[in-house]
Design a protein. Structure first.
Length: 81
């Protein structure tokens, strides 16, 4: 995506992370999720934070995995969960 579309880039990245989470690819979901958290830190978007909160909920069954635990903590630090 072109520069200037940071909010859309956040939406697309977290939605892609959710697709990976739903497909059971935890590594890709967490990598994209962490990238999304970083993006969300610089953008004021309730919808983006809501998408991240949903990602955290989708990954809850895998909360024992270290990468999932780290991501969920990062999402929580944004105040979304």
């Amino acid at each position: 995506m072109s520069e200037g579309y940071e909010r859309d880039r956040l939406f697309n990245t977290v939605l892609l992370a959710r697709i990976h989470a739903d497909g059971g690819d935890l590594d890709a979901a967490c990598e994209l999720g962490l990238r999304s958290v970083t993006m969300a830190g610089g953008i004021r978007s309730a919808r983006g934070r809501g998408y991240l909160a949903d990602l955290g909920r989708r990954l809850e069954p895998h909360a024992a995995a270290p990468e999932v635990r780290e991501l969920r903590e990062q999402i929580h630090s944004l105040g979304t969960v």
